[in-house]
Design a protein around this ligand. Structure first.
Ligand code: ARG
Length: 565
């Protein structure tokens, strides 16, 4: 049963005010001791021609004897509702246990199409830690939208086109070592790419050759295309290793190259609409009315660029998917780029451009250095994940050397710990990458939540069969009740995450749930000698419900659970 709905309906019947209006006014009090819901009567004063205090008082009396509301207390102009705890607990626990992993799942999204573009690494460049940020966020958002009944398509807009491929082809022809490439494709391609830049400083002719190669690639020349394909295939193979470790998948890998032949149409449309102006030989869309620099569409040598490919991609996505939302999970560093292309699309009169949204995020900082991609000090994501797994393993070897499923636990906990870190705070905040806090089993971390889950599962295993006809009237202590009301809060956490494109609301939710579960575990003994059978059963049902919700909340974050740790 939906208690908020029930209460709102009853207030509506008693006051004659529209239920939708009432639902908008109902609040959740900041502290449980003030009640489960609060209804401010101030706005009713006008329509009802009475002082809010009097309205609150009169309404409160009419709630006397209600089966679901134990008490409706008038305080000032507020009406504070206290649910019948046993009834409320029963209704929440029954619902969770009945729906299991589908608890809080809904058809809110009405099958509207949401495109989530994330990860989008660059071919022949390392999949670095910044790409892990977008991968973690996008993967989680896709699951959250899916959970809410949207029709989700996951897009990986690979960086597989651009003048850098001319440089890479040139570098490969000069210094490419196939044997080394087979062993460590991206490492080797990166090495020759860096070498290209060093050599080109001494010998600018190389830049000219590189431009020629790219031109030939754009024109579909055989040799260049074959090399480009080879770099792309090898890189994707490496990226897929990382995606497998993370459990991430995509519906489309259409990257920038896919849009290269779709750009002339964009140029033509913008030209026809009179949006293109000349600037130093380049064709640009002026955006001075928005106080931002012009968006370059065609460079002076006729070559198209990143922005044009993105505009072509958006148009293609509109035509192919007729999306409700087209979300780009890309770092804040590219905020201006998205502002520019969205502005161009609006100027082109594309109404659907309103559905495009840049979901930005901050930087990943290592306590001592910032990340960079051009030079040698790049942090490869695969190394980070492997290190997370081995560090977790060390902790386990030290603390619980007899654990049976060490391999599984190290992997799921290690990788979960990394993902959690990216979903822990509001995405716009920079992240300080610290192994200590990531793997702090007692802190705000994935291992802490995963451990709470495993602890719950272990209690359930030890208990054996549960009599699910439990009577909840004996389990209404503050720690029990707080845990139950938190379970019912899962709905709001998921909705809020989608509304703000912030998985951290689900993350914070599940962390608080785990914390409250551990409090409950300490203050409400379950399997101890002398606990009455009805109390034991009721508590076991709560444990079972908490485990189900932790598991699905972690799933929404892309984090796996283990039954034992
Ligand atoms: N490949 C780019 C990078 O690694 C990100 C692509 C972002 N997506 C887009 N549609 N522009 O920085």
């Amino acid at each position: 049963m939906d208690y908020k709905d029930y209460t709102a309906k009853k207030i509506s019947e008693l006051s004659g005010i529209d239920i939708a209006e009432i639902k908008k006014l109902i609040e959740t009090p900041p502290e449980q001791k003030l009640g489960d819901l609060a209804f401010p009567c101030f706005t009713l004063a006008k329509t009802m021609r009475k002082a809010p205090q009097i309205i609150a008082k009169e309404l409160s009396e009419k709630f006397a004897g209600d089966m679901y509301i134990e008490k409706a207390e008038a305080v000032g102009g507020y009406l504070n509702f206290f649910y019948n705890k046993a009834e409320f607990t029963k209704s929440v626990i029954d619902e969770v246990l009945e729906k299991g992993e589908n608890y809080a799942k809904s058809d809110f999204g009405e099958k509207k199409t949401v495109l989530v573009e994330y990860s989008s690494p660059n071919i022949a460049k390392p999949f670095h830690i910044g790409h892990l940020f977008t991968t973690a966020l996008g993967h989680s958002l896709a699951r959250i939208y899916d959970f809410l009944g949207y029709n989700v398509t996951r897009l990986n807009h690979l960086g597989d086109w651009g003048t850098q491929f001319g440089k890479l082809i040139c570098a490969y022809k000069l210094w490419g070592d196939d044997e080394a490439i087979q062993k460590d494709a991206i490492g080797e391609l990166l090495r020759i790419y860096v070498k290209f830049h060093e050599e080109a400083e001494k010998n600018p002719e190389l830049e000219v050759t590189a431009r020629e190669h790219f031109k030939r690639l754009e024109d579909g020349a055989e040799e260049e295309t074959a090399l480009w394909q080879k770099f792309r295939d090898l890189s994707l193979k490496e990226f897929e290793r990382v995606y497998d470790m993370l459990g991430v998948n995509f519906d489309s890998y259409n990257g920038e190259s896919f849009y290269s032949d779709k750009m002339p149409e964009v140029v033509e449309i913008l030209q026809d609409k009179g949006l293109l102006t000349e600037s130093d030989g380049a064709k640009v869309v002026d955006l001075s009315e928005l106080n931002i620099p012009p968006c370059i569409i065609l460079k002076s040598d006729g070559a198209t660029i990143y922005a044009t490919r993105d505009i072509a991609a958006a148009l293609y996505r509109h035509r192919t998917y007729d999306f409700y939302k087209n979300i780009y999970v890309v770092g804040t560093a590219q905020a201006l780029h998205f502002q520019q292309i969205f502005a161009v699309m609006e100027k082109a009169g594309w109404d659907w451009a309103k559905g495009c949204e840049h979901v930005n995020f901050g930087l990943v900082k290592f306590p001592d250095k910032k990340l960079s991609t051009r030079h040698g000090d790049v942090v490869f994501l695969e190394d980070v994940l492997n290190e997370a797994v081995s560090k977790t393993r060390e902790i386990i070897e030290k603390n619980t050397p007899d654990m049976e499923n060490k391999d599984e636990v190290s992997k799921k906990v290690g990788i979960g710990a990394v993902l959690y870190t990216f979903l822990k705070n509001s995405r716009e905040k920079d992240i300080i990458f610290s192994w200590d806090s990531m793997l702090d089993f007692d802190g705000e971390s994935a291992p802490y939540v995963q451990y709470s889950y495993a602890r719950g599962r272990s209690i359930l295993r030890r208990a054996g069969e549960i009599d699910e006809n439990a009577d909840f009237s004996a389990v209404t202590s503050p720690d029990e009740y707080a845990l139950v009301t938190m379970l019912s809060g899962f709905y709001d956490a998921v909705l809020l995450s989608a509304e703000k494109n912030e998985p951290f609301y689900v993350n914070r939710y599940v962390t608080n749930l785990a914390r409250q579960f551990n409090k409950f575990y300490v203050s409400c003994p379950i399997l101890k000698e002398g606990i009455p059978e009805n109390v034991k059963n009721a508590r076991l049902m709560i444990v079972k419900a908490v485990c189900a919700v932790i598991k699905s909340a972690l799933y929404l974050l892309g984090i796996e659970t283990v039954e034992n740790m």
